[in-house]
Design a binder for this molecule. Sequence first.
Ligand code: SF4
Length: 230
Amino acid sequence: MSQLVSETFEDLAPADIVSRILDGSNGVPCITCSFQAEDMIVVDLVRKQVPDIAVIFLETGYHFRETYAYRDRMAQLWKLNLINASSKQTVADQESQFGILNQTDPTRCCQLRKVEPLFEALQGYDLWFTGLRREQSPTRRNLQILEQHRLPTGKTLEKVSPLAHWTWEQVWQYTLENKIEYLPLYDLGYRSIGCQPCTAIPADGADPRSGRWGGVKLECGIHTSSDRVE
Ligand code: SF4
């Protein structure tokens, strides 16, 4: 599996990438899903081959009410094997110990509520599907469809981003053509949707992720904290 170089996949459609990866691996697959449009496409593609794939949602406790409602609706509709990965502390405990970290130290808040729960959740898997795309952010420009990542424990996973080479237009074309219900927050103008305190509607024409963390940072760390194996 890891002898396949990522460039092999560049000319393939996401559905074919998913098939080739799954057919070529005996590893246990999972997908991280924030229930944004890209993630839903990857879930849709993978669930057709692995109906019970683990769908890992980082349950920070700070999501929009609409996100929770949509997550629950889609989990039921698609009969997802949903895994809510939570922080060791509740929001109330964290706020009482440290205050509102998303205002004072969002990097630490993301570390506690996203990065650590994710790494713990990923421990049991070998193939990690994501909905990341290069176009989403300057920090994702060099994303490869297939990468190897090492967790802090030393465990290595194959990280697969079948939409790496897709545009925003292709995402919506697939979503609409396949009649995938989408998170209603898009209709309000949101483009990149995470925790409510750290998500705003970006200005017209601005980088889609500029609405996250008030433009102070572009990544929460879940896709930048594991070591990419070159
Ligand atoms: Fe905390 Fe904001 Fe990060 Fe969510 S996105 S974990 S609220 S800092």
